[in-house]
Each structure stands twice: as C-alpha cells, then as structure tokens.
Design a protein around this ligand. Sequence first.
Ligand SMILES: [Zn+2]
Length: 473
Amino acid sequence: MSVTHDLVVTGGTVVHHDGRHRHDVAVRDGRIVAVGTDLDTTGATVVDARGLLVLPGLIDMHVHLREPGMTEKEDFASGTSAAAAGGVTTVVDMPNTFPPVATAQRYRDKLDLVRGKAYVDFGLYGMIDHDNAGEIAGMAELGAMGLKLFMGQTTGDNRCPDDAAIFRGLEAAAADLVVGVHAENDHLLRLFGERLRESGRTDPRAHLESRPAFIEVEAITSIVTMATEARTKLHIHHLSTRAGLQRIVDLRAEGHRVTVESLVSHLVLDDGAYDTHGNLVKLNPPIRPAADVEALWAGITRGDIDIIATDHAPHTAAEQAETDVWKAYGGFIGVETMLPLLLTATTRGALDVEDIVRLCAYTPAQRWSIPHKGQIAPGFDADLVLVDPTEEKPLDSASLHSRHPVTPYDGWVLTGSVVATYLRGGLVHDRGEVVGPPSGRQVVPRRGSGLRPVDAPVPALGTMLTVPTRELV
Ligand SMILES: [Zn+2]
C-alpha cells in the first residue's frame, strides 16, 4: 500500500484571498500537493475539518519578540507560541532590539540566537540607522525581510537618521529590499511632547495630543517623495489617521507607489480606550478618535490599505501598569488575538474572511516576495489554520501564550476561534495547546540577484547605534 499523502484535511471550507470552496487539502513533505475533492487518504493522517474554515497561515509583518536584550518582556519561544496559537505561521520581527540589528554581524548574531526557538517560521528585518548604508547589502545577503526606518522617536537622546542618512539607506535598499517606515516627524513629536510636559500633563490622553495627525502626514509626504526618487519599495507601517490615508491616496494618484499597513489595535480601539485602559493602550502612533478608525475601515473596504498587522509589542506586566504617560512604554501584545478579533469583525460585516486572507497572508507574501507562503495551492507550504467561525466566547487573557498576557481585549466576547495550526504540515497548535518541539525556520525573500551563502564574509562593523527602545513600538 503506497502512501500518497502525509496529511489530508478533509471536508473543510478552504478560504482563499478571492473566494472559498469546499475542498480537501493534501500535504506531502510539508508542501500542499493537491486541493480538491475526494483526495486519496490512504495511509495519511486525516483531519476532519467539517464545519470549519481552512485558511492559509497568517503572516504578521510587524512583531517585536524582544530578542536580543529584552527577554524579560518576551522572547522567540513565547512570542512564536502566541503566534501559533493565533493562527499566525510566519512572523516578521523588528530590529529595534538591544542592541539594534543595524549591521550584518548583528543580523548574523540574531539569527544564531533565535534559531531553534521558534514555533512558527520567521523573517527578520534589519534597520536603517543614521550611518549604516554600508551594512545593508550584508544584511540583505543574510536574508533580511526588509529594513525598518524609524523617522520619529520622542524619548532619550537616540538619534533618528537625518534626511541624508535616510536617503543613503533608501538607495542602498533599492536593489531589492522593502523599506518599512514608522512615519512620524521626530522634531515635531519632540516639540508637541515638550509643550504638554511643561503644561504638567501626565494623563494617558496627553500621548494622543502630543502626536497630532499632521505629524504623520508630513512624514509620509517626505518619505514617499524620497523613496520614489531613490526607487525604493516603500511600506508605511501602522498608518493611523484619516489625513494620513488621504495623503497616501493623493500621492498614489500622482504616481507614487507605496503599500500601507493598518494595525488591528487601530481598527478595534478608539480614544475611549484611554479612559478604560490607561497607558496599557499607549501606542506609537497613538490610538485615535473614532473618526480616524472609521476612515481606516473605509480604506480597507476601498482597497487603499494593503495589509493588516499587529505591532505585537510586549512589555512586562509592571511596565504596563505605569500611570505616568511619559514614563510608560508604547505598545502591547496582539499576535495571538489578531485572527479572532478580525473574525469577530466579519460578523458585523466590516470585512470578509477572504479579506482577512488577502490582507494578512496573500498580500504580505506578494509584497515581500516570500516564497511558498500565503496561499492554499499546490506547491505552497502547508501552513494551515483551522477556524471555527461560530464559536463565541469571552477572551481570557490568562489563556494567552505571551510572557506577560496583559491585553485590553480581556473579557471581550469574540466570535470565531482558532482550532488548530499546521506549520509546513506539522501540528504546532491544537485547541489552545502549543505543540513542540519548535520547528520554525527563517524565511527569506525571493530576490532579484543571487544570494551569497550565509557563511560568506560580511562587511566590517559600522558605527553602532545604541537606541533606547522606550518609544520604538
Ligand atoms: Zn512596531
């Protein structure tokens, strides 16, 4: 008796970015080999998915798993456990760690550090800092998924790159890396923050007032203008305002090409959350008034927003309880709650499950050229999420897998649960339990030019930037 398939998921509704079908999914050697009806189950592990949705594993393009240097907040094991439990099979980790990943050597060190700890596949971003254009080719050769550019910070004496440094970084990235931007103007953030501090304000809402929408608009205009000139693939992380989105629409109409991300937290929370949750919901850019939230949803409906991500940004429970807004950290966890929150949004017609697949799997894989990810089709990795779209239950933060499971969504009644998660055909999460051992691997973007082997010589260390990460969400 010959075995054709290792695993066959039968009877589920397979949801693609552009439609859904009642299909079986057959897997061999970690890849999807067939999608159809009545597939051969001889000798295979059969998973009965009747009544369930089968989605491609989500790709979260924006997480902070805090390695190296801040593992009291989170690490690759805990953060990727949370991802697996949330139906996220690929995470892309940001470089604002301690030390920041701004050189090829630091990139290699981080790979060595996290390899073997991840329960899901992972990509790693490098960083554009004030003086590291010469390091970018080396980071690309090690598999950098993209480069993060922080235009704005507010606290400490860390140096944001000036426009010349930004432009050199954009040029160096232009060959084949996406540059992802935190688009807020640093000088203006400092001005508005100082004014509010001097006025004696320490309440959570002062954070919102210190970051008015035009500061985002100004930064978007500047970086899109520069990136077009440098011919860089540009992505705006966590766009947060109606005015910022309108500027994107206008810039696109003029011929500029840029992709845009919205965060789950910016979609499901508005500024009322400051009254309920205080500094737990401090985020950069901030949680905005309801009019901005409505504009973001409208942008998703129109197709102006390309992807949804989480900005999973853990801190310790003690740090999250800080009451002085200027001492509080920005960001909170989210990778495990993204899919249930978005499934819940489908029940009020805000989007369809197909849209979730497009925004959180298909388009990220396309935009970042991630091979074999983001679709349920023959030849793709068997990253599969089984979802019960009808199960309704209150979120219990104690059930979450992050090191500090503090979330503003505790107690929210969510409709739609993640039943099981498969990574390249292997079960990594089953009804709330993460299944080991960790089998996540680095994912590397498909590039125009050839890759050097990972053990090839890397450029000499450049000037290192020591970045206090307080404001780097
Ligand atoms: Zn972030």
